[in-house]
Design a protein around this ligand. Sequence first.
Ligand code: SF4
Ligand code: SF4
Length: 67
Amino acid sequence: MGKIAIDKERCKGCQLCIVSCPKKSIRLSEEFNEKGYHFVIFQEGSECTACTFCGRVCPDMAIEVYK
Ligand code: SF4
Ligand code: SF4
């Protein structure tokens, strides 16, 4: 099992990580960050395999993946 940490202030809400996650474990928050973007969150209770796809696809390096 893996785990991700999302830096919500770096996130622009482009949703590339959402599309890249094979477990569909990331979703857009209804809240805004300080720059006014919807940021993404890990859906509690979802699975993470630490595949690192989300972290690698993020253009803003907003996601760290842990094993
Ligand atoms: S590391 Fe893989 S499984 Fe885990 S949230 Fe990111 S894309 Fe999804
Ligand atoms: S890929 Fe990065 S910037 Fe885009 S929504 Fe995901 S965390 Fe935010």
